[in-house]
Design a protein around this ligand. Structure first.
Ligand SMILES: Nc1ncnc2c1ncn2[C@@H]1O[C@H](COP(=O)(O)OP(=O)(O)OP(=O)(O)O)[C@@H](O)[C@H]1O
Ligand SMILES: CCCCCCCCCCCCC/C=C/[C@@H](O)[C@H](CO)NC(=O)CCCCC
Ligand SMILES: [Ca+2]
Length: 507
């Protein structure tokens, strides 16, 4: 009354409850023979088995595999098989091990950076309790570094010898920590390949090491937008199975000098001001964004300037599409190529409450569909969202739509363009040589305005929020580098089919 076959995938028909269940080998995490003589397993999990060996079936092995749970969560589940013969048991264990060994995309050795101060300051605890045991079970070895200061991970990656010994880099933290890893890896790759990051037109060399994110931050929007949930166990399992998700990276330059890379949001005006205010309230933890968001909404500052951009006319999608980027997305599977007919530049001058460039959806627990719901992770474009000066009431309507099904772009004062490159020049910055002088003066004026808000007084300059970090200049040039990095992720899977599986079965 049972059948097991291996034909590209491992299949078992369970005798219990007459249920049948198949698990792809690619989603098996580990196989372990049970030591029945001592009556227990190395890690004590023996107690959890719902059925003990019988005289007829005295040998057993356990397969750990990925089970899909609610809301894109993955969990590690064990199933124990009992065998009548020792040799049969051995044969199964060996066969499964051989099949697993053929999965060459799985990492064996990882470099892990933990930010102990990100989010709710739980990074170390999350890694030790939830992630390290899973890596150990999957026989992944690690070198772990708990960071001691900001940019520790970035600078270590830039200089560490023998980076090639690793199959990937893992960061335990939030978007800021991920950004450090991106800067470290991208800079290192350009240095190793003799590429000058200061040239905005330069084609950058893609990084070969994949990056894993164990979410332990405040927003975790990169993790949320590439996995579908900010859950440490889910992310650890995506790393173990060796998923790979390419991602675009924007380079930001000022005056032909490299400033920063951005993977999620470049936001001037509203999101820049929220961030600038919230940085002074880090002690509040993730709640600082709600506080500063509310405060910034009330101040209702607008900023004048000129946005120039190169529309991505040759792409298959638009920012108003109804279908979001999901696992197996066709735009992501296309190879990046330099468009043959790069379109001309468009120029828009105006007064803006917000200028946002979203290279991915920027979905996060605060806004499950994100700033640009149809943005793609790896299509070589960013969605440029311009929110013109409008009433507080209308801006509130726009913001609230980020949290509902309504279209936040379907408003007269909002426009959105899918672009490959853009520039921003704040008003009063007429030429580059004058720029810094003017910026410093206006920044001072802006600060006075901020500190003593008066009716009709809006500061001349905001700041750019670059993936959660403030940029030192308002005038910037941005270019998208298609699929410059790869993550241990697969994009957000479509809603899973629920499965129930009994924990024990017989061969
Ligand atoms: N040991 C450390 N001490 C102080 N700061 C650190 C340390 N390690 C990393 N950092 C910095 O802390 C900043 C914030 O960290 P992280 O991104 O992990 O959390 P977060 O800001 O709470 O979350 P999010 O970025 O998702 O909003 C990062 O920019 C990083 O450079
Ligand atoms: C009245 C209800 C209004 C609700 C409006 C909700 C709109 C939320 C949109 C969320 C956009 C998140 C963009 C992500 C940016 C990250 O790169 C960055 C680093 O973590 N986070 C922030 O800057 C933190 C920025 C946090 C902003 C709130
Ligand atoms: Ca993109």
């Amino acid at each position: 009354n049972f059948k097991i076959s291996v034909c590209g995938f491992f299949q078992s028909a369970l005798t219990i409850d007459q249920q049948s269940h198949s698990v792809s080998v690619s989603e098996i995490l580990a196989v372990q023979e049970l030591d029945l003589e001592s009556g227990t397993k190395d890690d004590g999990r023996w107690q959890k088995m719902s059925q003990k060996p019988t005289e007829a079936y005295p040998y057993a092995f356990t397969v750990s595999y990925v089970r899909r749970a609610r809301k894109h969560r993955w969990r590690c589940t064990d199933v124990t098989f009992f065998c009548p013969e020792w040799a049969l048991c051995q044969q199964w264990v060996q066969t499964i091990k051989e099949q697993l060994a053929e999965l060459t995309s799985r990492p064996k050795h990882l470099l892990v950076y933990i930010n102990p101060y990100g989010g709710k300051q739980q990074g170390t605890c999350i890694y030790e309790q939830k992630v390290a045991p899973l890596f150990a079970r999957a026989s992944i070895s690690t070198d772990v570094i708990v960071t001691e200061h900001a940019n520790h991970a970035r600078d270590h990656l830039r200089t560490v010898a023998e980076l090639k010994q690793y199959d990937g880099v893992v960061c335990v933290g939030g978007d800021g920590m991920f950004s450090e890893i991106v800067h470290g890896l991208v800079s290192r790759t350009q240095k190793d390949n003799g590429v000058d990051q200061n040239s905005p037109e330069e084609k950058l060399v893609a990084c070969s090491l994949r990056i894993g994110i164990i979410p332990a931050g405040s927003t975790d929007c990169i993790c949320y937008g590439t996995v579908g949930i900010n859950d440490p166990v889910t992310s650890a399992l995506h790393i173990i199975v060796g998923d790979s998700q390419p991602m675009d990276v924007c380079s930001v330059h000022h005056n032909k000098t490299f400033l920063k890379y951005s993977v999620s949001l470049l936001g001037y005006g509203f999101y820049g001001d929220v961030l600038a205010d919230s940085e002074r309230k880090r002690w509040m933890g993730p709640a600082r964004y709600d506080f500063s968001g509310f405060k910034t909404f009330l101040t209702h500052h607008y900023y004048e300037g000129t946005v120039s951009f190169q529309p991505a006319t040759d792409t298959l999608g638009t920012p108003r599409d109804k279908s979001p980027c999901r696992a197996g997305c066709v735009l992501t599977s296309l190879l990046c190529s330099t468009p043959e007919n790069e379109g001309g530049w468009r120029v828009i001058r105006g007064k803006f409450l917000a200028i946002n460039a979203a290279s991915m959806s920027c979905a996060c627990p605060r806004s499950p569909k994100g700033l640009s719901p149809a943005a793609h992770l790896a299509d070589g474009t960013t969605d440029l969202i311009l929110v013109r000066k409008c009433s507080r009431f209308n801006f509130l309507r726009h913001l609230i739509r980020h949290t509902s099904k309504d279209d936040q772009f379907d408003m007269t004062f909002v426009e959105v363009h899918r672009v490959r490159r853009f520039r921003f020049l704040p008003r009063h910055c007429q030429n580059d040589s004058e720029q810094d002088l003017r910026e410093n003066g206006k920044r001072l004026f802006g600060q006075i305005c901020r500190d003593h808000p008066a009716r009709g007084c809006s500061p001349a300059f905001s700041s750019w929020n670059c993936d959660g970090e403030i940029l030192p200049h308002a005038a910037i040039e941005v270019g998208v580098h298609c699929q410059l990095i790869k993550l241990f992720a697969r994009g957000i899977e479509e809603p899973p089919v629920f499965e129930d599986v009994a924990a024990t079965c017989a061969i």
